[in-house]
Design a protein around this ligand. Structure first.
Ligand SMILES: Nc1ncnc2c1ncn2[C@@H]1O[C@H](COP(=O)(O)OP(=O)(O)OP(=O)(O)O)[C@@H](O)[C@H]1O
Ligand SMILES: Nc1nc2c(ncn2[C@@H]2O[C@H](COP(=O)(O)O)[C@@H](O)[C@H]2O)c(=O)[nH]1
Ligand SMILES: [Mg+2]
Length: 194
C-alpha cells in the first residue's frame, strides 16, 4: 500500500502553535486543490470518537505534549492512502514536530518536496491562540498549555527546520501580516515548486 504514495507530492507545513499553518493550508487547498492533512485535526477526530486511544491522546494533548510518534504517523499514513488515488498532492500540517518524526515519515511514506516554515513571533502566536481560544473549544488553547506548546516547539521542532534546510527545500514564510499577505508568500513558494 505504501507504493500508492511513492510518487505523491508532499509538502510539510511546519511552524509554532498559532503561527497560521491551518489558515494558510485552507487557502492552499482553495487555490491548488491539494489534500490538507493536519496531524492535530486527525488526533482531535480520534479524541472525539470516544475511543480508548482517543482518551489517552486527549490527556497528552491537553498538557501540550507530543503524542507517541507511531500513533500520529500511522494516522497520517492511513489518511494519505485513503486519498492517494485522487489527491493532487499532500499538505502535511503540523508534522514533523521533531527530526526523528521526519526520518520515520520518509522511511514509511516518502520524502517531502518542500517544507513551508510558517514563522511568527512568540507574542503573535500567543495573541492569536488566546483569541482563538475564545471560540475554538480546544482544550489546549489556554495560557498554560500554549506556553508548554511554545517551549516544545522551540526545543523539538525548530531543529526540524535546520534538518531540512540542509536539503535546500525550506521556504520561510513570515507570518506577521494579514492572512492574504502571508498567503502571497506561500503561493510564490508553491509556484516555484510546480
Ligand atoms: N495572518 C494572520 N493574521 C491574524 N490572525 C491570524 C493569521 N493567521 C492565522 N490567524 C488566526 O490565528 C489563529 C491560529 O491560526 P491557525 O489555527 O491557522 O494556527 P496553527 O498554526 O494551525 O495553530 P495550531 O498549531 O495551534 O493548530 C486562528 O484563530 C486564525 O484565525
Ligand atoms: N507527537 C506529535 N504530536 C502531535 C503532532 N501533531 C499534533 N500533535 C499533538 O496534537 C496537539 C495539537 O496539534 P496542532 O497542530 O493542532 O496544534 C499538539 O499539541 C500535540 O499534542 C505530531 O506531528 N506529533
Ligand atoms: Mg492548526
Amino acid at each position: 500500500m505504501g507504493d500508492k504514495l511513492k510518487d505523491s507530492k508532499i509538502i510539510f507545513v511546519v511552524g509554532g502553535p498559532g503561527s497560521g499553518k491551518g489558515t494558510q493550508c485552507e487557502k492552499v487547498v482553495e487555490k491548488y486543490g491539494f489534500t490538507h492533512l493536519s496531524s492535530g485535526d486527525l488526533l482531535r477526530a480520534e479524541v472525539s470518537s470516544g475511543s480508548e486511544r482517543g482518551k489517552q491522546l486527549s490527556a497528552i494533548m491537553q498538557r501540550g505534549e507530543l503524542v507517541p510518534l507511531e500513533t500520529v504517523l500511522d494516522m497520517i499514513k492511513e489518511a494519505m492512502i485513503a486519498k492517494a488515488d485522487t489527491s493532487k498532492g499532500f499538505l502535511i500540517d503540523g508534522y514533523p514536530r521533531e527530526v526523528r518524526q521526519g526520518e520515520e515519515f520518509e522511511k514509511k511514506i516518502g520524502a517531502p518536496s518542500l517544507l513551508l516554515y510558517i514563522d511568527a513571533k512568540a507574542e503573535t502566536m500567543v495573541k492569536r491562540l488566546m483569541k482563538r481560544g475564545e471560540t475554538s473549544g480546544r482544550t489546549d488553547d489556554n495560557e498554560e498549555t500554549i506556553k508548554k506548546r511554545l517551549d516544545l516547539y522551540y526545543k523539538a521542532t525548530e531543529p526540524v527546520i535546520a534538518y531540512y534546510e540542509g536539503r535546500g527545500i525550506v521556504r520561510k514564510i513570515v507570518s506577521e501580516g494579514t492572512v492574504d499577505e502571508v498567503f502571497s508568500q506561500v503561493a510564490a513558494a508553491i509556484d516555484s515548486l510546480l
